[in-house]
Design a binder for this molecule. Structure first.
Ligand SMILES: [Zn+2]
Length: 275
């Protein structure tokens, strides 16, 4: 359907890009407010420095930031580059999911999951916490999708649901065991429990096979992030160190989830084809 005519293709990509940019802006605000103890729903958007209420022309994703060269229009204080970056990342996630999954229920499910991953990445960067609310939201999205496919599309998902639950329990249990053993061996916390829960959620989405691929990718991204962090003078030790406190591992897991959303199925088919 997406490619039935060039006009429809262009229109859908345009709309999805726009929705992705606006969603990124909203999620950035959501993560910032929840990290700073502000109400998520109440109060208009305002400048973090001077508190001036933001108008329409201050709230256009990316464009507003570029037009004021990354400064507040009212007080001239710097506005974090994180705002436009989050908006662009969200748009890129939406567009890439649309490219791979076309117009489908899976695409909508994965876009919603991507939103949750974006929020938990931001809060993990800010406060080294993956909120339980994000874990619950991710599970709810998956269950809603399965329920929709089961009751409205008419595809029996009971077998798939059992597989997903076993994958989540298996991956979550195995990693929890490894973490507890590592904690004991090192005599300190090796990895946050939020990361364990997030990996169990990933297995709930992608199944244990693709989740193994996801863990490898997350470790590789974590290593690169730790190495870059070290070069920039931030103390970082092993991946376990990076995962524990110095550099949050949540964003790496989230990026690996994005990778598996796009390339998990073809890589698995290729891998199975080898044998
Ligand atoms: Zn200001």
């Amino acid at each position: 359907m997406l490619y039935s005519s060039p006009a429809i293709t262009a229109y859908v990509f345009f709309v999805v890009t726009l929705v992705g940019l606006c969603m990124g802006s909203f999620l950035n605000c959501l993560a910032w407010r929840s990290a700073h103890g502000e109400s998520v729903l109440k109060g208009r958007s305002h400048c973090d420095s001077c508190g001036h209420e933001l108008g329409f022309r201050d709230l256009i994703p990316v464009v507003s930031w570029l037009s004021t060269r990354g400064r507040c229009r009212y007080c001239g204080e710097r506005v974090s580059v994180r705002n436009p970056v989050t908006e662009l990342v969200c748009a890129a996630a939406f567009v890439s999911i649309l490219l791979v999954w076309n117009i489908s229920y899976e695409a909508i499910e994965l876009m919603a999951f991507a939103c949750v991953l974006l929020v938990l990445s931001l809060t993990d960067i800010d406060s080294y916490v993956i909120p339980n609310g994000c874990i619950v939201a991710a599970v709810a999205v998956r269950l809603l999708y399965l329920a929709w496919v089961h009751f409205f599309v008419g595809f029996d998902v009971s077998g798939l649901l059992v597989q997903c639950l076993i994958s989540a329990a298996g991956v979550g249990g195995a990693i929890l065991l490894v973490v507890l053993l590592m904690d004991k061996a090192l005599g300190r916390e090796s990895m946050g429990f939020g990361d364990v829960k997030l990996l169990a959620v990933a297995a709930f989405y992608f199944g244990w096979r693709e989740c193994l691929l996801l863990i490898i990718v997350a470790c590789l991204i974590g290593l690169v992030v730790a190495a870059v962090g070290q070069r920039h003078g931030e103390p970082a030790g092993s991946v376990a160190d990076a995962g524990a406190r110095v550099i949050p591992w949540g964003p790496s897991i989230a990026a690996a989830c994005w990778f598996v959303m796009l390339f998990g199925t073809p890589i698995m088919l290729w891998y199975i084809g080898i044998f």
